[in-house]
Design a protein around this ligand. Structure first.
Ligand SMILES: O=C(O)CCC(=O)C(=O)O
Ligand SMILES: [Fe+2]
Length: 699
């Protein structure tokens, strides 16, 4: 498996002396400071890789360059032979030519090219060092941090085609094969290249099933047995033989069912893509239909129907095919691999539900498609209640529209919904798919729990500072972490809040400021609730028209970048969590604060990001029913305005075992903070216990 690894091809490097836990100075950066004695190139190289693995680009580039430049490196540029875990690749050179990135094979006797500063130099450097895997991963990482760099993406594809490396190995380095194939397939499909998409989509499905198999195989492995032994010791083995056997099987089955979610979870993400297999089948069906493969389109749509027998779209397509084919063709049925998968899974679910009903076992069904008939009558009521409490787990899958895929940037499944032109502005964007429904659910729950915790301690949800007709609750990341520590809210929610804010920062930087690092300056989870019985004659807004970093004068259209405005804010982001309320759309206006130029309806996982100045006056229509929750984030180019609380919150939420690893990373000096979370760049919080809690009021 790939449990959340960022760069799995990098071996865990042995820790030697300096920089190792318990040892002073940070790893191997000394040679870069003037006057320090030079280090052997392979040590520099190893340290460079460690810096690279930690995401510290600047030191990585510097160290690797040093490694390459040292005299002995000219003879043997890589310590490949001494380190068997580095594979050799054919020698390929990527360089920046007049027409963009250029790919060619390395000519003999070519001298060392002076390297420009910056992340992309690592790609060049790595390829010169014949570290094609490193080059590819660097290119990929560069792309992830700069998704608007479409040229780069195309060139990466070229690079991949030209290399004699097996086709997947570039993405494989960082991404499990089923995700790599899936993303490729979707992208091709979006470009209307269904024919080319098909092999990748098919591969994605095969690889997903294979991944599932290997995950399932692990369910009876030594770890599972060890856990059982421990549990049995703990429980004093009161049960007899049958109980022991039943207990074993229940655990194996629970584990196997969990593999669905594991396979559907992208590396680094906390939640699975909902309904992963059925949505892959839908894509396959779509692609086969587009190229006119009638029988395969039919096979796939029949497979969708195995999951969802009542799926209207699938039934309609099927009828159409049957009409086209005339008479039923023998031998045409759902896919065998899917049929077997479903049968087996249903068998397991039956056992688990039985165990739940009669043996008190717990089981969280990972699938929304389980037919009601499989669930014992006695459990249905309770499950329905749970479901109502947590509707996000069972929201029907919403296939993303494929019509705009030409414009879509594929980044962690995020799609570009509206660009500045479509929004009638200069620096505005709407992106979708930043959160899964489950993630929205967790954050909504966090907001709710925090509000309840506040109410218990005598704090009443106050009236909005903007309107008397709404209640307003705001939660900062630090407050969330403190509440999690006190046990008032789940720590999963507080952690997700941090993770998500970093996700937004990365995207905002990539989209608007690829050349210059953006920092979070303030993160606020905000819910606005209509006060019932006070909505009838309402004329005001939930949030009056304003600009975020300047004081707008609607009469002249000027915007004064001076206090009381938060003048250091450079980019604003609103990440919406729900849409089950009335009113509450965000809108942009002309500088006169009257003429509406664009409007955005909030929904789960939708991000609206824009520059914070007078070019983006905006407001929020009255929320007249229900509760509207959003994560408001402001970004700054000014490092001195970085959100200190982010780091403090991160610190509070750290699990006991995480300490050492972080220690090492934090000591990694990194002046170029491009794709890292702010925590690595900020000094450690000195005194968490002694400090009175800071209250912040920023809106
Ligand atoms: O919640 C929104 O959609 C916008 C809020 C806003 O503009 C702000 O807080 O500055
Ligand atoms: Fe605003």
């Amino acid at each position: 498996g790939f449990p959340g690894l960022r760069l799995p091809f990098l071996p865990a490097l042995p820790c030697r002396g300096t920089g190792c836990p318990g040892e002073p100075p940070p790893p191997g950066l000394a040679p870069l400071s003037p006057g320090a004695p030079p280090q052997a190139p392979d040590l520099l190289y190893a340290d460079g890789l460690r810096a690279y693995a930690a995401g510290a680009w600047a030191p990585a580039v510097a160290l690797l360059r040093e490694a390459l430049r040292s005299p002995s490196a000219h003879i043997s540029p890589t310590p490949e032979s001494s380190n068997p875990s580095f594979r050799s690749f054919p020698s390929i050179l990527v360089s920046r030519g007049p027409g963009g990135w250029e790919v060619g094979s390395q000519g003999a006797g070519r001298g060392l090219t002076p390297l420009p500063e910056g992340t992309d130099s690592l790609i060049l450097l790595a390829s010169q060092m014949k570290k094609l895997d490193l080059a590819a991963a660097a290119a990929h990482t560069f792309f992830v941090a700069n998704p608007t760099h479409l040229q780069m993406r195309e060139d990466m594809a070229k690079y991949r085609r030209m290399s004699r490396v097996r086709p997947q190995s570039f993405r494989d380095l960082e991404t499990p094969p089923h995700w790599a194939a899936y993303d490729d397939g979707l992208e091709l499909l979006g470009r209307q290249e269904a024919g080319q998409a098909l092999p990748r989509l098919e591969e994605a499905l095969q690889e997903s099933l294979a991944q599932m198999e290997s995950c399932r195989a692990g369910c009876e492995g030594p770890e599972e047995q060890q856990r059982e032994e421990e549990e049995e010791e703990g429980a004093g083995s009161q049960g007899g033989l049958y109980e022991t056997i039943a207990g074993h099987w229940i655990r194996v089955l629970q584990c196997r069912q969990r593999c669905v979610g594991d396979t559907a979870t992208r590396p680094g993400r906390s939640f699975p893509v909902p309904d992963f297999l059925p949505s892959q089948l839908r894509r396959l069906h779509e692609a086969h239909a587009q190229v006119g493969n009638l029988s395969q389109a039919m096979e796939n749509v029949l497979s969708v129907l195995l999951f969802y027998p009542e799926d209207e779209a699938a039934k309609k397509a099927l009828n159409q095919y049957q009409a086209q084919l005339g008479e039923p063709r023998p031998g045409l049925g759902p896919r065998e691999d899917i049929r077997r998968f479903i049968l087996r899974s249903l068998g397991e679910k039956r056992h688990l539900y039985y165990a739940m009903e009669h043996l008190g076992a717990s089981f969280k069904d990972p699938d929304p498609w389980t037919p009601a008939a499989v669930i014992p009558e006695a459990l249905r009521e309770k499950l329905r209640e749970d479901q109502e409490k947590r509707p996000w787990d069972h929201e029907p899958p919403q296939p993303k529209p494929l019509t705009h895929w030409k414009d879509v940037l594929l980044l962690e499944g995020v799609t570009l919904t509206q660009d500045a032109r479509q929004l009638n502005g200069s620096e505005r964007v709407v992106l979708d798919g930043l959160l899964t429904p489950a993630e929205c659910g967790v954050l909504l729950q966090l907001a709710k729990d925090a509000a309840e915790a506040g109410a218990r301690s005598g704090y009443r949800g106050r009236r909005s500072p903007h309107t008397p007709h709404e209640r307003f609750e705001g939660l900062t990341v630090l407050k969330a972490a403190q509440l999690a520590q006190a046990g008032s809210v789940g720590s999963q929610g507080a952690k997700l809040l941090l993770e998500v804010s970093e996700r937004v920062r990365t995207l905002t930087q990539a989209y608007f400021s690829p050349e210059r690092p953006l920092h979070l300056s303030f993160t606020h989870l905000v819910c606005r609730s209509a006060i019932e019985g006070e909505q009838d004659q309402r004329m005001d807004l939930s949030h009056p028209v304003h600009a975020d970093n300047c004081v707008l004068d609607p009469d002249t259209g000027d915007c004064w970048r001076e206090p009381p405005a938060y003048t250091y804010r450079d980019y604003s982001g609103l990440l919406y969590l729900n849409d089950d309320f009335h009113g509450g759309d965000l809108f942009f206006t002309e500088p006169n604060a009257l003429t509406v130029t664009a409007q955005v309806r909030p929904r789960c996982g939708r991000l609206v990001a824009f520059s914070s100045g007078g070019e983006n006056p905006h407001g929020v229509w009255a929320v007249t029913r229900g509760r509207r929750c959003a994560l408001a984030l402001w970004h700054t180019w000014a490092p001195e305005h970085r959100e200190q609380e982010w780091t403090e919150a991160k610190e509070l939420l750290k699990e006991p075992g995480e300490e050492e690893e972080e220690e090492e990373e934090e000591e990694m000096p990194s002046r170029d903070p491009s794709p890292e979370p702010p925590s690595r760049r900020l000094p450690r919080v000195q005194d968490k216990a002694g400090k009175p809690p800071r209250v912040r009021e920023e809106l």
